[in-house]
Design a protein around this ligand. Structure first.
Ligand SMILES: [Zn+2]
Length: 220
């Protein structure tokens, strides 16, 4: 009983601290044009066993949310607490958390991820290499690193899409993110800070790729 109470206390503490980081980051990302409309969603694991995830609610302007804009879901995407609607994309967050052992998953709808994911869907992804900024990705120590960003065809069938995402991540366990075609970017980290850094680094690299030599070095 005491253990259960402590677990509840920990998950509430994590909800408040990770939740505030999500709220603050969402506001910054909104202003950078990565979460326009009511698009995108940000999540963080607040309890590992049983799995509990704090995630932004569906249909909200992510530039203006506070902690009441978050809900807590379980491993099946059922809402445990909060009064907002769960996004259908929560299934993809759960898939990434389970497959990559991520502590936090951020999903953005930027112009560059939307454009490039559509343009290079036929190649199955894009290969980015030779940029100093790559070192901002976890476990990457040199600009000579080649980062493969898989592109998966967009779908509204979240069960099938989750299975595809899981299978692609299993084939490419070294990746730091993937894109859905004509839709946006998913990336993750051990913590919300790491996920935030990965969004910034990958969005930067996508823009460089898109503005620069896109198509000339897209060799898997
Ligand atoms: Zn989306």
């Amino acid at each position: 009983m005491e253990l259960e109470d402590n677990e509840k206390k920990d998950s509430l503490k994590n909800f408040r601290s990770f939740g505030q980081q999500i709220v603050d980051t969402a506001s910054v990302f909104y202003r950078r044009g990565w979460l326009f409309g009511t698009s995108g969603n940000l999540s963080a694991v607040i309890n590992e066993t049983p799995l509990q995830i704090a995630i932004t609610g569906s249909g909200l302007n992510k530039g203006k949310i506070d902690l009441s804009g978050l809900i807590v879901i379980d491993v099946n995407g059922n809402v445990i607490s909060g009064n907002k609607k769960v996004s259908s994309e929560a299934d993809l967050h759960i898939a990434v958390i389970r497959e990559m052992h991520a502590g936090s998953v951020f999903h953005t709808h930027s112009v560059w991820s939307t454009m490039l994911s559509k343009r290079y869907l036929k190649d199955g992804g894009i290969l980015i290499r030779g940029y100093e900024m790559l070192k901002g990705l976890n476990n990457v120590g040199t600009h000579e690193h080649s980062e493969w960003i898989p592109i998966i065809e967009n779908s509204q069938d979240m069960k099938t899409l989750s299975a595809t995402v899981t299978s692609i991540l299993r084939q490419h366990p070294e990746v730091h993110g993937f894109m859905l075609s004509g839709h946006g970017l998913y990336t993750w980290g051990k913590t919300p800070e790491e996920a935030e850094r990965h969004v910034e680094v990958i969005e930067f690299l996508l823009e460089v790729y898109g503005r620069g030599n896109a198509g000339t070095d897209n060799i898997p």
